[in-house]
Design a protein around this ligand. Structure first.
Ligand SMILES: Nc1ncnc2c1ncn2[C@@H]1O[C@H](COP(=O)(O)OP(=O)(O)OP(=O)(O)O)[C@@H](O)[C@H]1O
Ligand SMILES: [Mg+2]
Length: 260
């Protein structure tokens, strides 16, 4: 299976929770398929949702200084000068990810200095790695994209099967969703779909639907006691992934059907 999914949305809407549940569900259904969950949020916390031990810190790719220096030919933290813009990255996903229940977690990290336009060794590695993951590999990739989609360049985003914009039934999160949708289509993601999360009633569903005419709605996830409790207790929700609610199973099946 080859499926590349990005999950975006306003802060706190449930991106990380949904990324981990979708990745775990796909891995549970397709035991033969490799699933890579990518934490592209500067404040990485996808490990918890996947049930990966957080006491051993995971070094983000952006902080693998020796590797970055070796692959680009330039020391991280430097700018300008000459270094290769297409470094070897194909071994990084397997070498620097941590696996749990068929899902490999890769933490991208963040580039400290410079803006998104910065051409420095770290951003070159991250961009090359994203390109490689999305374009060159026949796997399932689920990316937790924080609020925006800035890790995705134009070359990469054309090959993303779907940008899932998570929204809550609240006006502010919908405004952010509109921005993300614009950003997504600006960089060339063709399929942008909405997932309503923390929906408490039919009224909530109608609210999301009515306020987003023209959006394809992937589905709705209810407010779930199990997610609230797991968060409070510091464990992953639905430890036995078979016990996830039907809504989530259906959403995952719809996503798997995007595999062309
Ligand atoms: N369907 C749900 N039912 C109940 N609680 C939920 C649900 N979805 C998410 N939550 C809770 O909402 C909070 C935010 O979720 P999460 O961290 O996944 O959001 P996020 O969009 O990744 O946030 P951030 O923007 O900070 O990265 C968490 O406490 C999570 O447990
Ligand atoms: Mg998050």
């Amino acid at each position: 299976m080859s499926l590349k999914l990005a999950v975006g949305g306003k802060g706190g809407v449930g991106k990380t929770t949904i990324t981990s549940l979708i990745a775990r569900t796909i891995a549970a259904i397709n035991t033969e398929t490799k699933v890579i969950a990518i934490d592209a949020d500067p404040v990485a916390n996808l490990a918890a949702g996947l049930g990966i031990d957080e006491t051993k810190p995971i070094t983000p790719v952006s902080e693998l200084s020796d590797l970055i220096a070796e692959r680009t030919g330039a020391q991280p933290g430097t700018m300008g000068g000459f270094f290769t813009l297409n470094p070897k990255v194909d071994d990084i996903p397997d070498r620097f990810s941590i696996e749990k229940d068929g899902v490999k977690l890769l933490v991208m990290g963040t580039v400290q200095q410079g803006g998104s336009g910065c051409i420095c060794p770290e951003s070159t590695i991250l961009k090359a790695l994203m390109n490689h993951l999305v374009l060159a590999r026949n796997e399932v990739i689920v990316m937790d994209m924080e609020a925006g989609v800035e890790h995705l360049g134009r070359a990469t985003s054309g090959s993303v099967d779907a940008l899932i914009v998570v929204v809550n039934p609240g006006k502010r999160s919908r405004v952010a969703a509109e921005k993300i949708r614009k950003l997504g289509s600006d960089i060339g993601i063709k399929n942008i779909i909405v997932l309503g999360n923390r929906v408490k009633s039919e009224e909530d569903k109608a609210l999301i639907q009515d306020s987003m005419p023209g959006y394809e709605i992937l589905g709705f996830l209810p407010e779930m006691d199990e997610i609230v409790a797991s968060d409070r207790e510091g464990r992953r929700p639905f430890d036995d992934i078979e016990t996830i609610p039907q809504e989530l199973k259906e959403i995952t099946e719809k996503l798997m059907a995007l595999d062309a």
